[in-house]
Design a binder for this molecule. Structure first.
Ligand SMILES: O=C(O)CCC(=O)C(=O)O
Ligand SMILES: [Fe+2]
Length: 288
């Protein structure tokens, strides 16, 4: 999918500017301790993204957390969300940031609805079939900054920018800068990751777990991660990376059950029905 290049450049650099604020300013809007209230600023080492919410063993979670992701982030939800409301930096520290982000969030929401319409049509459903389950706008915009890190530590996996995971919700629109390092697992070959090279002016669209469940595995939520950028860093220190995922999620009360047309006696339902919010919270819990 193509976005106007100037729009993308100004949003990537403009929004990411908030992460270059001094730490004491960023800490005026800290992420609360609850993993599910996923808004505000998280410093390097606070979050560990993984697949672990799918496995009950607590010691695995504790182990994974010994190698936290080398990234900092600022997350915001719909301004109208009264459950998991937003935390903002002080206006005087970064004038216009809040207004800018709210507009950015809305532009992404409009675009996401077009993508949902296209997917519904492609699956032989009414154009608004999926959009109507997304009317509350439970979407999240996330600014990510991966600071410069020793290249060798990223190459060996001793440190991770973001560990291998699938996204939780319906779909993700991912804006990335030109640094590289995003890798996607080949759906036909387990553990083989291929680079998701940045293409100027485009946004990567990931299918999330809930859409995979909805579609009875016809649409796949692929594992992805961020490792060392390609090429050799002369200094031994890899470049910083900035990216902005926009996570599109169903309304909290939606029961995700196999979509009409995605199952038959010859193609039985793979998943039980699950509540959208319950699934997302199960995945969020081990991350903080
Ligand atoms: O930085 C990236 O490109 C990937 C981010 C990501 O996968 C996520 O936040 O879920
Ligand atoms: Fe992701």
């Amino acid at each position: 999918m193509e976005f106007p290049r100037t729009w993308l450049t100004s949003h990537l650099s403009g929004a990411s500017g908030s992460l270059t604020l001094p730490l004491q300013n960023k800490m005026k809007c800290p992420h609360p301790p609850s993993p599910c209230h996923h808004t505000g600023y998280s410093n390097v080492g606070q979050e560990k993204v993984s697949q672990l919410g799918l496995e009950p063993e607590r010691d695995l979670v504790v182990n994974a957390r010994k190698h936290p992701d080398v990234k900092e982030s600022f997350e915001m939800n719909n301004e109208k969300d009264t459950l998991y409301y937003n935390f903002w930096p002080e206006e005087s520290d970064i004038p216009g940031f809040r207004e800018f982000m709210v507009e950015f969030w809305k532009t992404c929401e409009t675009t996401s609805k077009h993508i949902l319409e296209a997917i519904a049509l492609g699956m032989g459903l009414e154009e608004d079939y999926l959009v109507k389950y997304h009317s509350d706008g439970i979407n999240q915009l996330r600014l990510l900054h991966y600071p410069p890190t020793k290249q060798v530590e990223l190459e060996t996996g001793e440190k991770e920018r973001i560990g291998a995971h699938t996204d939780f919700g319906t779909l993700t629109m991912l804006f990335q800068d030109s640094t590289g390092g995003l890798e996607i697992e080949d759906p036909h070959s387990k553990d083989r990751f291929v680079p998701g090279h940045p293409i100027p002016g485009t946004v990567v669209v990931n299918i999330g777990d809930l859409l995979m469940r909805w579609s009875n595995n016809r649409l796949k939520s692929t594992l992805h991660r961020v490792r060392a950028p390609p090429g050799t860093a002369q200094s031994g220190i890899s470049k910083a990376r900035y990216s902005i995922p926009y996570f599109v999620n169903p309304n909290r009360d939606v029961a995700i059950s196999c979509l009409p047309g995605c199952w038959s006696p010859g193609e039985p339902k793979v998943y039980d029905s699950i509540n959208a919010q319950q699934y997302i919270e199960q995945r969020m819990n081990p991350t903080y």
